[in-house]
Ligand binder design. Structure first.
Ligand SMILES: Cc1cc2nc3c(=O)[nH]c(=O)nc-3n(C[C@H](O)[C@H](O)[C@H](O)COP(=O)(O)OP(=O)(O)OC[C@H]3O[C@@H](n4cnc5c(N)ncnc54)[C@H](O)[C@@H]3O)c2cc1C
Length: 264
């Protein structure tokens, strides 16, 4: 399916909310998951292919001209206006997806499949732990919006600085700890160290940890080793890897996940 850019909100210096409508969105079926994501195809500059395209249209293309698959979270689906909103991390003029969002203008088209997804805050726990970076803000924001007023959540988000923080509306009792890389001695340790140093509320909790691979792995190790978290029920995964583009990361990911099993 495909949709057209309707408008773009610059939420922070590094986060763009792109609102998509039209196209074939009438047949979009929302997921109950609050980490629902689409598999989008980003057409490289200079490629002769235009959206919408069929698999056959890609056959004559060189590898450089082929659309690049990237996953992005559904920040919000408005069923009435049939508008799909996605929060893109703008991480410079590198890669395809972030750069596409930086250049996006109303009328630009995006082709995608989905949504997939698996996490939704459990109604059966005393509180919810959500941990991530900018790339996970879509899922964290959607999860907090799905909580009832009786729920409680503890959230850790690492961003560049105070000007990179966003509103995370929720009717629940939510405590958000913003961590700033710019002023940290060791920015990559900031998120795992903050989670490790935190006093958790009493009671049972579910776990959502997504973001940069090294950081999510360190948080995962701590939660399993020190907090007794059952990794089979926790939602923990590396959305991206520092210094790897998505193609390289997808190639390395299977081995990374296999190695990670030996961390604990
Ligand atoms: C299920 C799922 C859901 C996701 N949801 C979102 C989402 O809602 N919003 C979102 O922004 N991302 C999301 N991501 C992450 C996103 O798919 C990756 O960050 C992807 O690599 C971005 O593609 P790109 O073409 O912009 O950069 P790439 O071509 O993949 O990478 C180019 C360079 O940029 C670096 N890079 C990639 N991502 C980031 C980043 N976030 N911050 C800093 N540097 C980066 C890479 O390490 C590489 O050096 C999600 C990933 C998964 C698996």
């Amino acid at each position: 399916m495909y949709a057209e850019v309707r408008s773009i909100d610059r939420l922070t210096p590094s986060l763009l909310r792109v609102h998509l409508g039209g196209g074939t969105l009438d047949s979009f079926e929302a997921s109950p998951a609050t980490d629902a994501y689409i598999n989008a195809q980003f057409v490289p500059a200079g490629s002769p292919v235009t959206v919408p395209f069929e698999a056959d249209d890609l056959e004559p293309l060189t590898p450089e001209q082929r659309p690049r698959p990237r996953r992005f979270t559904v920040r919000r689906w408005d069923a009435e206006t049939r508008t799909l909103s996605i929060d893109f991390v703008a991480h410079g003029d590198v890669g395809y997806a972030g750069a596409w969002a930086l250049r996006a203008e109303p009328g630009d088209r995006l082709q995608f499949k989905g949504p997939g997804g698996s996490y939704r805050p459990s109604p059966d726990v005393d509180w919810h732990l959500l941990v991530g970076d900018e790339s996970a803000l879509g899922a964290i924001g959607a999860s907090l919006e799905a909580l009832p007023a009786t729920a409680r959540a503890l959230v850790f988000v690492v961003v560049d600085g105070a000007d990179h923080e966003v509103d995370l509306p929720s009717v629940a009792d939510v405590d958000v700890v913003w961590l700033h890389r710019r002023t940290a001695d060791d920015p990559e340790a900031l998120l795992p160290d903050a989670v490790a140093a935190a006093t958790f509320p009493p009671g049972t909790f579910d776990v959502f940890v997504h973001g940069e691979a090294g950081e999510t792995r360190a948080v995962r190790r701590h939660l399993a080793a020190e907090r007794g978290v059952d990794l089979d029920t926790a939602s923990i995964s590396p959305y991206w890897r520092r210094n790897f583009d998505d193609e390289d990361w997808r190639r390395a990911k299977r081995q990374w996940l296999a190695d990670q099993r030996h961390d604990i």
